[in-house]
Design a protein around this ligand. Sequence first.
Ligand SMILES: Nc1ncnc2c1ncn2[C@@H]1O[C@H](COP(=O)(O)OP(=O)(O)OP(=O)(O)O)[C@@H](O)[C@H]1O
Length: 315
Amino acid sequence: MAPILSIRDLRKTYDNGFEALKGVSLDIQPGEILALLGPNGAGKTTLISAVCGITRITSGTATVAGHDVQRDWRQARELIGLVPQEISLESFEKVRRTVAFSRGLFGKPRDDAAVERVLRQLSLWDKRDSTAMQLSGGMKRRVLIAKALVHEPRVLFLDEPTAGVDVELRRDMWRVVDELRREGVTIILTTHYIEEAEAIADRVAVISRGRILLVEDKDSLMRRMGRKVLHVALQQPLVAIPADLARFGLALDDGGRRLTYSYDTKAERTGIATLLAALAECGIAVADLDTEASSLEEIFVGLVHGDDAEGEAAP
Ligand SMILES: Nc1ncnc2c1ncn2[C@@H]1O[C@H](COP(=O)(O)OP(=O)(O)OP(=O)(O)O)[C@@H](O)[C@H]1O
């Protein structure tokens, strides 16, 4: 399938000479949810702004359904919806009018049914005659999404859609994203909440200091890079780890009542059976066992940390 969004060697140097994007290439398939992860200042907003035509591209290309965002900017923009990080709404404007106005900005004819559809989809129909100042923070975010969707874009950019919202609302937002996916909308979201990427993304891209470090299917990434830990609860507390167990690299915590063993999920042998046999030989009685997979967060921190260390080493 042809990608809906194709970015090739995109570079952005700001007027002050700072190179915020250093040759980014990325293909996004129709209907996909891609989470763009990166530390502060990595270039996430710059990348979105470049594709959405808010920031001038220094070199490279980006196309949306084959339309170049610079050359055929009008056609490209029509296919894109952008939900910005900051909430910016006219305080006294009614929800329905605000959303209808956004549709008009894209040169689309007035269509009350389209406005109603998007308001209902975002559970805002009951609030259609409320002004922005009468809405809760979460509802305001929904209005921003409604504004971004009302011209029926095929690609939606969400720049930190759940920054500062409570857990319940975040899950609510994830449901909205899931519904949009089912309708075939392609979604690119930036987030600092790794659990958000873990919960809703199909693929994950990690960006650091203007470069894409990795783009991979989320599940395979977690399988490929994932480590697991085995917690062994002990019947009797240990004062120290016996010398005979040193080769396993164990950690002892919970007041000497728990041993933690870290292993590679891809390895042919995890070493668990050998460890349990060694524990028995040392006369250590096991009360319980459980395993825990390393999270996307650990994988992310490891990658970005490695990149920072390389940057520091560079001349
Ligand atoms: N107008 C500008 N002029 C010069 N430098 C800029 C400008 N806008 C952004 N930058 C710099 O470009 C880099 C990337 O910024 P960007 O906002 O894209 O990062 P981000 O990944 O979205 O960060 P955050 O997670 O904090 O939102 C940063 O170092 C930032 O200081």
